[in-house]
Design a protein around this ligand. Sequence first.
Ligand SMILES: *Cc1c(COP(=O)(O)O)cnc(C)c1O
Length: 370
Amino acid sequence: MEFIPLVNVKQQFQDTKHSILSSIEKVIESGQYILGQNVLELERKLAEKLGVSDVITVGNGTDALVLTLKAYGITYGDEVITTPYTFFATAEAISRVGAIPVFVDIDSQTYNIDPKKIEEKISPATKAIIPVHLFGQAADMDDINTIADKYKLIVIEDACQAFGATYKGKYAGNLGNAACFSFFPTKNLGTIGDGGMITTSDQELAKKVRLLRQHGSQVKYHHQIIGYNSRLDELHASILLEMLEKIDVWNEKRREMANYYREKLQHVPYIKISPEGKDRTHVYHLFCIESPERDALMKWLSQFQIQSAIYYPCPLHLQEVYSKLNYRPGDLPVAEKMASNLFAVPIGPFLKKDEQERVIAALLAFGGAT
Ligand SMILES: *Cc1c(COP(=O)(O)O)cnc(C)c1O
């Protein structure tokens, strides 16, 4: 029995190896390795695709969040509202600039921040909301933007898992004041290393972020502010230009696979698959299943050489590092329930049809608690 990985990222880069190697060669020969033509071209193409005025590439998705928060002046004493059900980096970036993450429970269908619960957490110190488009599906952006307008808050999308996702016909990355993406290898649009970007149509912000990523400098050796060194390498930009050609086909494949899982698993009593949210295109960075028998089910799959994984086992409000924020178990019950019921099964453009059939067969063969 061959092992089926959760994400077959190795296959992705093996299949694209020739074009990657030739772009690497071109970069080496160009003699320009930092902020050169490839970065310029990638930023231009991405801005055009997503429908924003500016794209600023940076070192990784976490830096994209940190630099955006920093550029908006968010700092000590400020509060930023976000979801407890995300990768740690979302909250880490808030803490990194000195602000306090305020966690709001999630919606039980989309697993994204629940807009109905945001207003009660807004205080005079609240400066921004960071919704995460979790697993590749956009958050309820209309409701979030309405609240943000009312209280004059900045909205920063964490779109790290959602390249190509749409909401009411607009791309994720174009749904708030600014958005942050990651090009980590396993993301829908990824490279063979770290990378990230900020997308925005706020040109003031774009200017500040461009300064921040490059030591606060616009003219070489002249520094206006204290910045960072956080740039996307030319090498990765050239690889991402290749990946960008394929991303729409890859995302479509993910959607087809998700539909097939839904079709085959819809009447299984120990499995719940949440319906897609209205007015949006889900790009299935991960395909997650709810089950009260999750742990047994995952163990069962592993016997068939099928990898599965928990996203996320500990919601952020209960992380050790945030114990000083004084959340208790039970405070954010939906997130806590998902942390014990949700798990991801293999999906991706490089999962073969017969492999998906094997995953489905194994899930169907599970007897339940016997
Ligand atoms: C991957 C990810 C990040 C961080 O991106 P890096 O490039 O790994 O720094 C942030 N938020 C979410 C939701 C992510 O999935």
